[in-house]
Design a binder for this molecule. Structure first.
Ligand code: NAP
Ligand code: MG
Length: 485
């Protein structure tokens, strides 16, 4: 543990009011290597009082921060973008180590995550209200956009930097202060990011980071406090529901980026090779541990065999191993429970009649790995089609008509991402209109883009991150009535 060099010792602590400090009582918790569960290092284990100290700092910093010039806030984000980019290799190593993904994928996440800092550095100077004559004349109607105030951000382990910058970027741009609680499984990257934002000139108290092994207590404590005005959460739907309920007492504004169950539709007129290419990205990005991961492959019966075999060949050729090792394409899952849960879904699907095209089980030997798997002939009602797989498994179910495909695709409580492969323009439009999802990828396996409004409907939550919409989550509107005679 003493050999851990990726983060200075002092930074493995709480970041509150512009200084690093230990948790109350000197408590700490271990950070584990997902490949085998061994201890990498440890970080401070923040208490409810520590969290309150962080909110004290955020509340104290709020008025002055709200009054800073937009350009100044934008320039800080721009410098942070440049610092993260110039240290992309260090960030990638940290992400790979604590989360497991390969260095190449981690580098991709750093680029993606940093882009939110750049995008919102550009949005900081584009916050504006409006001026309008009332329909009956006389009065002028003006609007002012103001920061909502101190925020709480709770982020998941699967994208340790990007899920942070998607919230921190717009909040900084809007003039909000914040307390960030990263996932217990991946706290290191957020601590490194806090140090970078400090270096970029973010004033003390604007961003505070509290790592903890007791997330429920932290959220209850902060959300019971009337000074907290906003909660933005990325994570699972059950926890999202808990936080929405908790937000009722102080009527905090909430943004919820929750789970997904993305359908990946391949029609009879699709370019099957392109669909396989897109499927590799949509399924295998982050080992399948992504809210946007293609979860259900719905393929027209006339091309299903061809698609399954080509996808099986590609998936079967991937090398599974530690994310930091050369030549590895697929890292470990986050922990032993994740492997167990994926294995169970595969076993159930096979029991229900699915055929294994490739993979199907965890490889021999130690570690939290699962072989890239393709299943054909999965019954529509199989459990694997109902829940988030969060692993490298592609279950294929066939359909006969467009109507059936749409009905199947929408037959889920979730509504985050969907993917369609077709060369028919009219069909593309019909699908974009009929699919009950916040995002539709057309002939692509990747929808995430910092300039686009990312978010879901139904059990996938509400609110948007990125795009022009992203900053709205952090702004309130004051309307001014001005009669002019
Ligand atoms: P999770 O278990 O819901 O945890 C997410 C975060 O919430 C973690 O920081 C966790 O802390 C914290 N948490 C848990 N219980 C809490 C409570 N009662 N009060 C406050 N915080 C609490 O989800 P996960 O397993 O980390 O992430 C995977 C999920 O995130 C999947 O469902 C995935 O689809 C979703 N996700 C959605 C998006 C999106 O943009 N829609 C993006 C990425 C991931 P601890 O770490 O301490 O448990
Ligand atoms: Mg926990």
């Amino acid at each position: 543990m003493s050999e851990f060099r990726l983060l200075p010792d002092e930074q493995r602590n709480l970041w509150i009011g512009g200084s690093w400090r230990e948790a109350e009582g000197g408590k700490r918790f271990d950070v584990l290597d997902p490949a085998d569960g061994s201890v990498i290092t440890d970080v401070a284990d923040g208490s409810a009082d520590d969290a309150t100290d962080a909110l004290d700092a955020a509340a104290a910093a709020q008025p002055a921060w709200a009054a800073t010039d937009p350009r100044e806030r934008g320039e800080i984000l721009r410098r942070a973008f440049e610092l993260v980019t110039s240290r992309a290799d260090d960030f990638a190593r940290l992400i790979s180590l604590e989360m497991g993904k390969t260095l190449a994928e981690a580098k991709g996440e750093v680029t993606y995550g940093a882009e939110f800092l750049r995008w919102f550095s550009e949005e900081a100077v584009r916050i504006h209200g409006r001026w309008m004559k009332a329909p009956a004349g006389g009065t002028r109607l003006l609007t002012i956009r103001k920061p909502v105030g101190p925020c709480l951000f709770v982020t998941p382990w699967n994208f340790p930097i990007a899920m942070g910058t998607r919230k921190i970027g717009p909040a900084v741009a809007a003039g909000c202060t914040m307390v960030v609680k990263p996932a217990e499984l991946t706290p290191l990257t957020m601590l490194a990011l806090a140090a970078v934002l400090d270096e970029a000139g973010l004033p003390a108290g604007v961003l505070n980071v509290v790592t903890t092994s007791d997330s429920p207590t932290l959220s209850q404590t902060l959300m019971a406090d009337e000074r907290l005005r906003k909660v933005s959460f990325t994570g699972s739907t059950p926890v999202g529901k808990v936080l929405v309920r908790q937000s009722a007492d102080q009527l905090q504004r909430v943004s919820m980026e929750l789970g997904g169950n993305a359908p990946f539709l391949v029609f009879e007129d699709a370019d099957v090779d392109a669909a396989v290419e897109g499927a590799m990205v949509a399924k295998m990005r982050n080992m399948g541990e992504a809210c946007t991961a293609a979860n259900r492959f719905l393929v027209h019966e006339s091309v299903a065999e061809d698609f399954a075999h080509k996808l099986g060949e590609r998936m079967g050729a991937l090398t599974v191993g530690r994310g930091q090792d050369d030549g590895v394409d697929v890292g470990p899952l986050i922990n032993a429970e994740a492997v167990e849960s994926v294995a169970e879904l595969v076993t159930d699907a096979v029991h229900d009649g699915a055929t294994v095209v490739t993979g199907g089980s965890a490889p021999e030997g130690p570690g939290h790995f699962f072989d890239p798997t393709v299943l054909l002939g999965v019954p529509a009602e199989a459990r694997i089609n109902e829940v988030e797989i969060f692993g490298p498994v592609a279950p294929i179910t066939t359909f006969a008509t467009e109507e059936e495909a749409v009905a199947r695709a929408n037959a889920t409580e979730y509504g985050l991402t969907s993917y369609v492969y077709t060369r028919d323009l009219a069909r593309t439009i019909r699908l974009a209109e009929a699919l009950e999802f916040g995002m539709v990828g057309v002939n692509t396996g990747l929808v995430s883009n910092p300039a686009a409004p990312f978010g879901g409907v139904k059990a996938s939550g509400f609110g948007r991150e990125g795009g022009f919409e992203g900053i709205d989550e952090y702004l309130d509107t004051t309307y001014v009535a001005l009669p002019v005679g």
